[in-house]
Ligand binder design. Structure first.
Ligand code: UD1
Ligand code: UDP
Length: 368
């Protein structure tokens, strides 16, 4: 089978790693990088660390408005499909790269396979919600990470080609956590943290909050962004913040309170796994990070009104917080009752890559 796979943004590299390895054992994969993320620490580092094959094409679309960015990808992907004549095209998640890939293939009557299908926040103002609803409705095989995702699709009348494969990010965590522990396990990194301003400081394991912030609904609203930083600066433990370039750009020129906040550049995946598993808590608006915190049994506070990953809310492993200074502080500094409770296996067994391959090759008939 010859498949085109579309990747472009940081979380897609992490999802692609186990699938590419599995699929290439017996099939041909043409890997297309749209270039949505392009800084070395948002792209190349993941290829190096996770052994992802070098992309066959890089469209180099870069940043831009939603319309311009998606249109450039659409044009580039269409050309590649016409040239390569694949048997199918696979997309991951809910970014503009996902939608562009799905749309280009669907219009050319090439089967579309969507990994992480069926996720919903039921907030249509989110670009991700728009991308995932549109992608799901033009996909031929819908590869769901959870039973919730399967039932979300059913509510929209989408039942054909729907398969629960488990979560592919769980595969990546399981394959890499020991490697991460071996690489960073002596804790030296915590003694030599270099702040953005060049200052070297020290942190202690389990005595810091690990935070990330990049979601448009939080960063594009100046009041919300300032509230997040104000809450972080008032917390009872230091906040380690590997800062997404979008957020970095948006705080430039703002009077942001940085007391208690250690801003570092985005880090690689292995270091991120190590930082998650050694944090007292993860505080984030990222989709992927909520799950990784859960997989690594680190409590999480999510800086959003909704989450697509509702399974993580059970027993308060993950708690949602609106963007209000006092609410964030209260939720983050809550008593951690969750650690008494075991976690159900809602995200599968860590063999999603294999199940996705089987479902694609089988034409999505596994569950029919
Ligand atoms: C995108 C996805 C989001 C995903 C996130 C993962 C969409 C609509 N959004 O958001 O769902 O959670 O990726 O991180 O697809 N930038 C750089 N260097 C880079 C990449 C981005 O400087 O390598 C800056 C640019 O100023 C750019 C901004 O970040 O304008 C936003 O990048 P973009 O890819 O448009 O959206 P993300 O916020 O990264
Ligand atoms: N990540 C990383 N380094 C960082 C921040 C995040 O390796 O500095 C990883 C994180 O562990 C997860 C993925 O990037 O695997 C999540 O990406 P992001 O938060 O950008 O996107 P989302 O999941 O919200 O779409």
């Amino acid at each position: 089978m010859k498949l085109i796979t579309i990747i472009g943004a940081r979380p897609q590299f992490i999802k692609a790693a186990p699938f590419s390895e599995e699929f290439r054992k017996k099939n041909i994969e043409i890997l297309v990088h749209t270039g949505q993320h392009y800084d070395a620490n948002m792209s190349d580092i993941f290829f190096d660390e996770l052994g992802i094959p070098k992309p066959d094409y890089n469209l180099g679309v870069g940043s831009g408005s939603h319309g311009k960015q998606t249109a450039c990808m659409l044009e580039g992907i269409e050309e590649i499909i016409l040239k390569e004549k694949p048997d199918g095209l696979l997309v991951y998640g809910d970014t503009n790269s996902t939608l562009a890939g799905a749309l280009a293939a669907s219009k050319l009557h090439i089967p579309v396979y969507h990994v992480e299908a069926g996720l919903r926040s039921y907030n249509k103002l989110m670009p991700e919600e728009q991308n995932r609803i549109l992608t799901d409705h033009i996909s031929d095989i819908l590869l769901c990470p959870t039973e919730t995702a399967v039932s979300n699709l059913k509510k929209e009348g989408v039942v054909s080609g729907v398969v629960n494969t488990g979560d592919i990010m769980y595969d990546t965590v399981l394959r890499n956590i020991e490697i991460a522990n071996q690489k960073y396990g002596n804790g030296v990194w915590f003694d030599e943290i270099v702040r953005e301003n060049g200052e070297i400081i020290k942190l202690r394991e389990n005595e810091y909050y690990l935070a990330t912030v990049h979601r448009a609904e939080n960063t594009d609203n100046q009041e919300k962004l300032l509230n997040i930083f104000k809450a972080f600066s008032d917390l009872d433990k230091p906040v380690l913040l590997p800062l997404h370039p979008r957020t970095k750009k948006l705080i430039e020129g703002l009077e942001v309170d940085l007391k208690n906040i250690i801003i570092v550049k985005p880090v690689g995946y292995l270091l991120m796994l190590y930082l998650i598993s050694n944090a007292y808590m993860v505080v984030t608006d990222s989709g992927g990070l909520q799950k990784e915190a859960y997989f690594l049994k680190t409590p999480c506070t999510t800086l959003r009104d909704q989450t697509e990953w509702v399974e993580t809310l059970e027993n308060c492993w993950n708690v949602l917080s609106q963007i209000d200074v006092e609410e964030i502080k209260t939720k983050v500094q809550r008593e951690l009752t969750c650690i008494k409770y075991p976690q159900p296996k809602s995200f599968g067994e860590g063999n999603a890559a294999l199940k996705i391959c089987e479902a694609i090759i089988d034409g999505g008939k596994i569950n029919e």
